[in-house]
Write a protein that binds this ligand. Structure first.
Ligand code: AKG
Ligand code: FE2
Length: 211
């Protein structure tokens, strides 16, 4: 197995479908399910603030607070089960991470709309390392049509748009997706709902917040 390059123009995306060995992935999934203080985050949708359709928690170093969708989240301390993973990720990606956005998709109705991980606090070319655990779900990427005003917050980010996605990746248990370079500038991504019966999934997007 190992790294597979996802060939998309003006992006740098790599996927390792079996980055975390299964027994470790099982243990991490259960530990996070049990110990993370899962919360409903509020997001902006068509100018309104609504509950996001998933549970989330911002985890990080004490000084790594994170602003997105018009809100500021103070970090929850690293759960012991995540510390070694963070170390290994840093080595695998050649980049440091001081925080991770944890998302719990309880079933196929939970989802994430189209957006970019382009918050000002992440800097212009962030390395985003996305580790998936539990049920496999489809992750979509779509090239943006032009340059957008830099550092605009996620307002309206969950909008639908007609064009088909440029890539659809199945993110399974223990898979690691790394996006870097100009990826966030040129692509949006989403995790759509599904009608298939699917169990819970946890996704961890490791980030380096500059402050
Ligand atoms: O759940 C996923 O795979 C995507 C999560 C994501 O895009 C994010 O947390 O910004
Ligand atoms: Fe994202």
């Amino acid at each position: 197995m190992g790294w597979e390059s996802i060939e998309l123009p003006d992006a740098e995306i790599a996927l390792d479908r079996a980055w975390l060995p299964e027994p470790e992935a099982d243990a991490l999934f259960q530990a996070l399910l049990d110990t993370v203080p899962w919360q409903v985050h509020r997001i902006r949708l068509f100018g309104r603030e609504v509950d996001s359709p998933r549970l989330s928690c911002w985890i990080g170093d004490p000084d790594a607070s994170y602003r997105y969708s018009g809100r500021r989240y103070e970090p929850h301390p690293w759960p012991p089960a995540l510390e070694p993973v963070r170390e290994r990720l840093s080595v695998a990606c050649g980049a440091g991470f001081n925080g991770v956005l944890a998302n719990l998709y309880r079933d196929g109705r939970d989802a994430m709309g189209w957006h970019r991980d382009d918050e000002r606090d992440l800097g212009p070319q962030p390395v985003i390392a996305s580790l998936s655990l539990g049920a496999a779900r489809r992750f979509l990427l779509k090239k943006t049509s032009g340059v957008r005003t830099p550092h605009r917050p996620r307002a309206g980010s969950e909008k639908k748009s007609g064009r088909p996605p440029d890539a659809a990746l199945e993110l399974g248990h223990g898979s690691l997706l790394v996006m870097r370079g100009a990826t966030q500038c040129n692509y949006r991504h989403a995790l759509p709902r599904t009608r298939k019966p699917v169990g819970p999934r946890i996704n961890l997007t490791f980030r380096q917040v500059l402050n």
